[in-house]
Design a protein around this ligand. Sequence first.
Ligand code: ZN
Length: 420
Amino acid sequence: MKLQTDAETVTAQARWPELEESERRVLLELLLHRPQPRIRLAESLGLSRTSLTRIARRLLGLGLIVQDDVSEPNGRGRPSETLRLRGEAAHFLGIKVVGDGLVVSLTDLEGNVVGGWSEQLRSRGVDEVVAQIAEAARHPKSVSLSPVAVGIAIAGDVETRNKRAILRDSGFLGWDEVPLADLVVEATGLPTVVANDVDVLTAAHHWFGGRPLRDPLVVIAVGAGIGSGIIVNSALVEGRHGRSGRVGHLRLGGEGRTCNNGHADCIHAYVTIPAIEHNAGVGTGEYETALARARDGEERALEAFRRAAFALGAAVAESINSIDPERLALMGEGLAMLDLAAGEFERGLKDSLERVSLSEPLLERPPFDFGLYSRGAAITAERQLLSSRVARRDNRGDVVAVKGDQANPMPPTARDGSRP
Ligand SMILES: [Zn+2]
């Protein structure tokens, strides 16, 4: 079968060594906290200097890290060599599946984006999309970098069942019960992680959206839907069924418009892009028209955005009430209501907050573009590869299940959310 042959070619080019857990922990620490003096790295990970010397020697030998000879003296006045990831040592392929296309990013070992593109989906069928993902892995840009793992960000619930990641209820794609990671492993030969798109965005914002890595962090993403990702103790809260953070079904009252789950007048019925299109009286896919009309002051369109802003305020309040986060970031392509009706957002927030104190948490609206999802997907693949939680093919060619029951192992420094 041609696909298999090509996949094996990719596998043969991609070389990711078998690593011991302690070696993976060192790489993960360097990914999360960037270059570190040996002394600090040993302290952070609770390793003896001797152990770290042994681990560093192996990782240096494999070319996965480099040592910078010149660095500041440590507290005892001696120079301490700094270790960092060697970015070009390995690459990762991240793909965000949207309703009509794929957004692809290639990242290096340090998480930097080194390439990418967007393409239209030829079909929404599972087999066709998997085939198109496999083609992305064989794209000349991918082949030139030989990614060692694939990360896929997609709407829907990623539930771990019998140690397999099953995609459920993917909304706009209409997929349910799809073992997407296994299918992509079969088609590409590469270790693969499938994750909910909002969770991926949340993780990417946590790691790279500003320092230090403080949590609890909530990211609320608004676009075709609304969802939130939650980081507590430096780990993503996945929930029993991959369904944590589903804000947005609180009922606000109104005219009886129902969401997809049949709730009358819940947050979803106002805040999402399809809801705004409906409420503004434009056709499906005409969000830009609704936006232009609202900016021109057309009352119906403006009212749709005011209600969306109020509903978003209520969703944010719901998260603050339940999580009490240090930071809460609003992201996604559907946040124009914040510009058009900031006052309504504040009103919706204050209406539902248990305590109206806006000094905490810090509300953020970081710069957003679609590439964040695919970059986040690639980095999620890297992080899970370093945590052995990735579906992959073993030496005999069988797909090995994800170790989904295992808690996300985190270095001690990250656990308290602060740098040493
Ligand atoms: Zn609802």
